[in-house]
Design a protein around this ligand. Structure first.
Ligand code: X2X
Length: 372
């Protein structure tokens, strides 16, 4: 009896062993190994709230787009990712050139930031600030979508920020309260507020003006108090800030361009599962496209207005920014090719100092992207 039980147990053991080996053989080996070796990633737990930094206020298209982005992210992630927009530079307490650094440290999670404000940390961003280098939207798009854009995003990523999309501030125009600016001599002695990036001080000194650098918040106070004679900004800022209240003259010289980048702290980004990353990236691209359209209405070949109507089903209130400024009483000056050439010649020395800082390679890459 005992012997029989023992033999039965032995047979049973053998059968179970054979079956177990058989099943193990059928199971996909890699997944088996992966399961054993891979450390279990903790389930994704989003922060209750992510913050987002914008220099300007909610009435600027740039500011409006940031809120659209936050809304779209919330909707596309079924409420999992909740972004709060902080306007007027609240997150960097006045010093807009600190925005990138704070984002790379994780104090700021997301930002819709100007390349001018980020260029003290990412010198490659100064490529957009070389005077009379980019000149039109076709060149700008070629840079952003080409190797130049890739190189800038790579440089950002090395410093802890992931670039999600290219939005826009725009081609910057010079305004002032004294007189028309048609040639470099007209800038002589004018006190011009410029942004914190040092290339702007160099450009305006080179042109004979008296530049003073200030953050945006202080700049608006300086316009109101008349402590500066002029400033330079794109339509997307000039119109919402109602620049005609302070300055009568605007010269459309398109001397340089200011893209806005939608960025996110890399640690935040890496914490998101792929489906959340995809949703955020799509929202960034979609809202950046809308914002670019808003910045370009009436200034491009008509594509921006058409895209707003066809893709977003929108007809904006103002469709001709230049006429709008004229209707508000501003004197709008367009340069003749010769006048423009005089400014180009006068700012050439800026390249000698700044191309080495930006990097000769990137400068050559940018020219290639533009087909030059
Ligand atoms: O400060 C400016 O002039 C502004 C609003 O255009 C930027 O943030 C670069």
């Amino acid at each position: 009896m005992k012997k029989r039980t023992l033999s039965l147990l032995l047979v049973l053991f053998l059968v179970v062993s054979v079956l177990a080996v058989g099943f193990a053989g059928c199971a996909p080996k890699t997944s088996n190994n992966q399961q054993q070796n891979k450390p279990q990633k903790p389930a994704f737990k989003p922060k209750a709230e992510y913050n987002l930094s914008v220099v300007v206020g909610p009435t600027f298209w740039w500011g409006e787009a940031a809120q659209k982005f936050a809304d779209e992210v919330k909707q596309k992630t079924n409420g999992k990712i909740n972004i709060k927009v902080y306007y007027g530079g609240q997150l960097f307490k006045g010093k807009q050139t600190n925005e990138f650094q704070l984002m790379s440290q994780g104090v700021i999670d997301f930002a819709w930031g100007s390349t001018i404000n980020w260029s003290p940390t990412i010198p490659q961003c100064n490529i957009f600030s070389l005077p009379f280098f980019i000149n039109n939207y076709k060149n700008l798009d070629a840079l952003e979508n080409g190797q130049t854009g890739k190189a800038i995003f790579a440089a950002m990523e090395k410093k802890g920020v992931v670039g999600l999309a290219w939005a826009e501030n725009g081609f910057r125009e010079v305004t002032n309260s004294k007189h028309e600016i048609k040639e470099p001599a007209d800038l002589k002695g004018l006190k011009i507020r410029v942004v914190g990036s040092p290339i702007f001080i160099d450009i305006f000194r080179q042109l004979g003006a008296d530049p003073v650098s200030m953050s945006w918040g202080d700049a608006v106070t300086a316009f109101q108090n008349g402590t500066v004679d002029g400033e330079e900004n794109p339509m997307g800022v000039l119109i919402p800030v109602k620049i005609w209240q302070y300055h009568k003259y605007v010269t459309l010289w398109n001397y340089l361009v200011d893209p806005v980048i939608v960025g996110v702290n890399k640690k935040d980004w890496d914490s998101f599962p792929p489906d959340i990353q995809k949703a955020i990236k799509e929202a960034a691209i979609d809202t950046a496209r809308w914002e670019k359209d808003m910045c370009r209405i009436g200034l491009d070949d008509g594509s921006a207005l058409k895209d707003l109507k066809d893709h977003y089903g929108e007809t904006p209130k103002i469709t001709d920014y230049i006429k709008y400024l004229q209707d508000k009483g501003m004197v709008v000056t367009k340069l003749t090719p010769q006048e423009r050439q005089d400014f180009i010649n006068a700012t050439k020395p800026i390249y000698d100092k700044w191309v080495p800082k930006i990097g000769e390679d990137l400068y050559e890459t940018a020219k290639k992207d533009m087909g030059q």
